[in-house]
Design a protein around this ligand. Structure first.
Ligand code: GDP
Length: 316
């Protein structure tokens, strides 16, 4: 990509991290600003956990637990196991090193630092060449309501209850009332290229888009906006995107994702398994690239990122 180009990526957790580990190799990492979802954030065991920010940080640092896709490689679980023996409810597993990242975040927040400050500092500590920003400094918890009327934090729905399919509502009202972090709108407005990572469109990209002014900034920016579909062969690779898309009445397909982003996005990368949707996606006004988007290793991540960059260059 040409020198001086400013890239922004809207990111959730694992899918985004897989794309971004490729992007930082095919572009200068210093030109990339990553806007991470904090709708999944919650306090566990007295510490502020930011699952998506940490997945991206650990992955770009080359320290992620590769088989899980989150947490740190080689981490131990003494803290959580001991808490469990003390009788605490420990359905959210947090490794010891991971716990220390979250404890550091909590202590800094208590001292008065913003989540943006702490996230930048953690990025420096983990020697990340790109800027990782939380979408907001305010609390934006996503809540899920089930058909039986129960309402719970997204992590309770996903991890504690195993993401059941009887979802009646995804409640992003907290994000809707929060301001984006101080650099979010300026970085979108001044970007040359914006990537929508292959993340859960409802609970990872959705909260970022729900923040005051973000969607409007995406309408106003001159940037080329390219999304990578998180739906492959008509379903998500992992996670409850299918259940949550159905709950908001969106078709579980690459075309469904294209529809969801069509007011601000003009480029779409989707998987060759979904090639029959090419015409339908083009009809929505997209320029497209169809390829194998299963980023099972570093080389595959770089291939998808390179194609996304190529598509963005063609749009501009
Ligand atoms: P989280 O990790 O649970 O926070 O979830 P994400 O926001 O990252 O979203 C998970 C989505 O990423 C799912 O819909 C997956 O289908 C998608 N995803 C994960 N890995 C890949 C991949 O290699 N390629 C593509 N195209 N999508 C992926």
């Amino acid at each position: 990509m040409a020198e001086g180009i400013r890239i922004v990526a809207l990111a959730g957790g694992v899918g985004a991290a897989r794309f971004l580990r490729g992007l930082v190799k095919v572009c200068d990492p210093a030109t990339i600003t990553i806007i991470g979802n904090t709708g999944d954030d919650r306090e566990f065991y007295g510490v502020h956990v930011s699952p998506d920010l940490d997945i991206v940080t650990y992955t770009l640092a080359g320290k992620v637990n590769a088989s899980a896709g989150f947490g740190l490689e080689g981490d131990h679980f003494s803290i959580i196991d001991t808490l469990s023996q003390f009788g605490h409810d420990t359905w959210f597993r947090l490794g010891d090193l991971d716990f220390s990242t979250c404890l550091h975040r909590t202590l800094k927040l208590k001292e008065g630092a913003s989540l943006t400050d702490v996230t930048r500092e953690l990025g420096r500590y983990f020697e990340i060449g790109s800027l990782i920003l939380p979408m907001s400094d305010g609390p934006c918890p996503t809540f899920i309501r089930l058909n039986d009327g129960r309402r719970m934090h997204f992590e309770e729905y996903l991890i504690r209850d195993g993401a059941p399919d009887n979802v009646s509502e995804i409640d992003l009202s907290a994000a809707k009332t929060q301001q984006p972090g101080p650099q979010i709108i300026p970085s979108i407005l001044h970007a040359d290229v914006i990537f929508i990572c292959p993340s859960n469109p409802v609970v990872s990209i959705g909260p970022i888009l729900a923040l005051s002014g973000v969607r409007e900034a995406l309408h106003r920016t001159q940037a080329s906006v390219v999304a990578v579909s998180p739906i492959v062969g008509g379903s998500p690779i992992k996670g409850p995107a299918d259940r949550l898309l159905k709950a908001i009445g969106v078709e579980v397909s690459a075309r469904g994702i294209a529809n969801l982003y069509s007011d601000f996005c003009k480029g779409m990368i989707f998987d060759e398994q979904d090639v029959e949707q090419l015409d339908a996606i083009k009809k929505l006004g997209y320029q497209t690239s169809v390829l194998d988007t299963l980023m099972v290793d570093q080389a595959k991540s770089e291939a998808v990122a390179l194609e996304a960059v190529r598509l963005a260059e063609n749009l501009s």
